[in-house]
Design a protein around this ligand. Sequence first.
Ligand SMILES: Nc1nc(=O)c2c([nH]1)NC[C@@H]1CN(c3ccc(C(=O)N[C@@H](CCC(=O)O)C(=O)O)cc3)C=[N+]21
Length: 208
Amino acid sequence: MLMQMKVNDFLTELASNSPAPGGGSIAALAGALGGALTAMVCRLTVDNNKYAGVQNEIQGILARADELSGSLAKYVDEDTETFNKVMAAYKLPKATDEDKAARSAAIQTAMKNAAVLPLNVAGCCLEVLTLAARVLAIGNTNAASDAAVAGLMAHAGIYGALYNVKINLGSIKDLAFVEDAKAKVEQIIKEDAVLHETLLATAGRVIG
Ligand SMILES: Nc1nc(=O)c2c([nH]1)NC[C@@H]1CN(c3ccc(C(=O)N[C@@H](CCC(=O)O)C(=O)O)cc3)C=[N+]21
């Protein structure tokens, strides 16, 4: 359970040559950090008279940021479990034709799961980026740099998760699955580009 570890122990485990956690878990963690940091800026904005006009919107963003951070935190452990199953499938016996068929089917199933999971991570991170960019624009300006960092973590989570999707698609033989996933990847990259640019432009305006 990676999420139960002390941060220092987590870093030592990450840096070790043991196969897990991998980049997929770290992408999810980046998103979870972005979501939590977005929630923090919301909490520094609610019940502040200076931001009375945006209270309802901030409350809505806060609730969703907490949810997304929670989901992404679960994905940290789930991604490692999912990728461990890929590695376990590769270690299945391949002595006979039956062995080979069973091994290949197990690899394909595990690879599909290992592609779908980071696709979901990227979707959650995209939502975090949307929320962080909005909070940067309307939230407590004293915490503008926090909102900017939150958005950048989400952006890193998106790209990190999508690289995991893409690398796994290279090993998947179901072409309809691959085409569908590729279309989803491209859509998320497009939406990220707009949001990331907006985030940087707003940060430049509010922070300098
Ligand atoms: N959803 C998802 N999450 C990932 O984290 C993820 C992924 N997809 N797709 C591919 C990349 C790559 N990655 C590796 C992690 C450890 C080894 C590793 O430790 N390999 C050992 C072998 C380990 C063993 O066989 O037990 C080696 O090459 O010597 C390799 C590759 C995780 N990824």
